[in-house]
Every structure is written in C-alpha cells, then in structure tokens.
Design a protein around this ligand. Structure first.
Ligand code: NDP
Ligand code: OXD
Length: 309
C-alpha cells in the first residue's frame, strides 16, 4: 500500500515519520520519485501539477494537505470518481483565528495610526473606537469562519456572517445566499473573507461589493487571492472609500516584486502564513482516512464535488 506525497511547500520527512508511526506498513513516495504508478493508492497533495493524479490508475483517495481544496479542483484531468478529502484541523483554525484577531484589532484600536504618531514623538490620544458599534462581517461561516464569528461576538462586536445556508450562532446575525449579500455588506465595517474558492465565489470582492460597504470599511482576506479583484481594491482604497486591507493571499503567489500592494501605505501584506498545516496535529486524520478507505468506508471530511468545497 503506497502513498504519494506531492507538495513543494510541505516537509515530506515530517509526514513520512508521522504516517510511518500511525501506519507502519504504508510506503510513502515523494513526487517526482513515484516508481510504478500502479502501486499508488493514496495521494497527499498541495498544488499538484494538473494531470499527475490522472496518471495514477489505482488511486483510492485524494487527500488535501490544507483545509482548502481549490488547488485540487483546478486540475481539468482530476479523476472523476476518486474521493477528495480535506483537512479540518483545529490547530489551523486556531492559527487563522489569531491572524484575524490580530489584523482586526490592530485596525480597530488604530494602532497603525499610533505607529505614525510615534514617529513624530507626540503624546496624543485618538478617539477611542466603540466596539459595540463596530460591525464585523465574516464571509463564510464554516469550520474557520464560525468560531471566529463567535470570538468577535464574545468581545462585544456587532457580528454577522454570510453563508450559503442559514446559520444559528448566538450573537451572530446570519445572512444567506446571493439575495443576502448586499444587505450583509451594507452593515459591515470590517470584512473578513473566509470563503472557499469556487466558481461562485471567485471575484466576489469586486467594485460592486466594495461600493456596498460603508465608507471607511476595512478588508481582511485570508481565504484565496482570486476572491479579490485587485485593481478594484486598489481603486476603492485610493478613492478613500475603503480605509485599507490586510491580505494574506494573492492572485499570484509569491506576490510579484513590482506589485503595487507591496509599497501601499494602507495595505498590510503577509506571505500566505495565516494558517500553516502542522503534521504533528494533522497526521492522525490522514492516517484515519487511509484506514477508512482500506476498510471500504468513506473518508472523513469528504468534499462535495458539486459545490467545490
Ligand atoms: P468551510 O468549507 O468549512 O466553510 C466555507 C463557508 O463558506 C461555509 O459557511 C459556506 O456556506 C460558505 N460558502 C461557500 N460557498 C458559498 C456561496 N456561494 N455563498 C455563500 N456562502 C458560501 O471552509 P473553511 O472554513 O474550512 O475554510 C475556508 C477557506 O479558508 C478555505 O477554503 C481556504 O481557501 C482558506 N484557508 C486559508 C488559509 C491561509 O493560510 N490563508 C489556511 C486555511 C484555509 P455553508 O456553511 O452554507 O455551506
Ligand atoms: C489551506 C491553506 O487551505 O493553507 O489550508 O491555504
């Protein structure tokens, strides 16, 4: 029984060790050293080159190395009947929560402005923001978005979320579907994007969406770069309609050196580090999925191919 590990950004040795402890009879091969393609039953992947998976005739499981699966569905030759599973890892959820809280509170408590005031050596107080009157809006109330919405509600913010289906989360107003988006945006001061990237959500943050947000709204995107139409974001910030953005993900990664986001005073950039899969916490569920597939059962965290997430 052989697993093929395909990733340029995750450490194969840590996965090999962890999987070896959980499943001593599992052979782990690392792309591009695949050996006989017929041996491979499981693929553990992050951004595999399109067509690679189609060349594995006995594949029984495609397991994402991340919580997102858009990197799998971009493959036009993706084997049609092999189950695709994603990680749902509480350590990643915690990391994502820390990132959103850090970026949102930094903006809310005017810390960028205090950084600038410090340069002038002034002892000057800015008006204290009103937490209860600050409206946080979370696009996507899934495994990551829902707990973050709860955290903001506990801190006393006015919180709403937008999802495909109606939610009932204490302290969080639920908006749903295409019909609910416009009203959700209109009541949002700090917008956090935690949607999966699908055909429906691609380019969702465009000039129409930005225009619906109230003047001064702030954007935090840690989902995928393709959610945002980058020129529309720049234009909305330049026009003074949006107050700025914190971005962890970009249409092209690494962000090209000459990209205007780099030097923009109102845009804060991080290099896709909001959450990084930790093999120590994630290996158990990959091993469990292999056990399940071997026993003829469905893997955990199976992705719905029709929805794309
Ligand atoms: P989930 O699949 O658990 O949740 C997705 C949420 O988005 C759900 O609430 C879903 O609605 C909603 N949604 C999906 N499509 C639509 C739509 N068309 N209209 C309205 N709502 C929609 O995803 P996760 O929370 O696990 O992850 C979100 C994303 O975060 C990942 O896909 C990935 O891209 C990104 N990510 C980024 C990381 C980073 O380091 N920057 C790390 C980890 C993840 P419903 O509940 O009704 O189905
Ligand atoms: C993920 C990511 O999807 O790290 O897990 O982006």
């Amino acid at each position: 029984m052989t697993l093929l590990f395909i990733s340029n950004s995750d450490d194969p040795d840590r996965w090999r060790e962890g999987l070896g402890r959980a499943l001593p009879d599992l052979e782990v091969r690392v792309w591009p050293e695949i050996g006989r393609a017929e041996d491979i039953r499981y693929a553990l992947v992050w951004k595999a080159r399109p067509g690679i998976l189609a060349g594995l005739p006995n594949l029984e499981l495609i397991q994402s190395l991340g919580m997102g699966v858009d990197h799998i569905f971009v493959d036009p030759e993706l084997p049609a009947t092999v189950p695709v599973a994603r990680l749902i890892d509480q350590d990643l959820v915690r990391q994502m929560s820390e990132y959103v809280l850090a970026m949102a509170l930094r903006h809310h408590r005017r810390l960028d402005e205090y950084d600038r005031i410090q340069q002038t050596g002034d002892w000057r107080r800015l008006a204290m923001p009103d937490t209860g009157a600050t409206r946080i809006g979370i696009l996507g109330l899934g495994e990551i978005g829902a707990p973050i919405a709860r955290l903001f509600a506990e801190l006393g913010f006015a919180v709403a979320g937008w999802s495909r289906t109606q939610k009932s989360i204490p302290g969080v107003e639920s908006f749903r579907g295409a019909a609910g988006l416009s009203n959700f945006l209109a009541r949002t001061d700090i917008l956090v994007c935690l949607l999966p990237l699908t055909k429906v959500t691609k380019n969702i943050l465009d000039k129409t969406a930005f225009a619906r947000l109230p003047k001064g709204a702030y954007i935090i995107n840690l989902a995928r770069g393709q959610h945002v139409v980058e020129e529309d974001l720049l234009a909305a910030i330049e026009a003074g309609h949006l107050s700025g953005a914190a971005l962890d993900v970009f249409r092209t990664e690494p962000l090209p050196k000459d990209h205007p986001f780099w030097a923009h005073p109102k845009i804060r950039i991080t290099p896709h580090i909001a959450g990084i899969t930790n093999p120590a916490t994630a290996v158990a569920q990959v091993a469990e999925n292999i056990r399940r597939v071997r026993a003829g059962h469905q893997p955990l965290n199976l992705v719905d191919r029709t929805q794309g997430y």
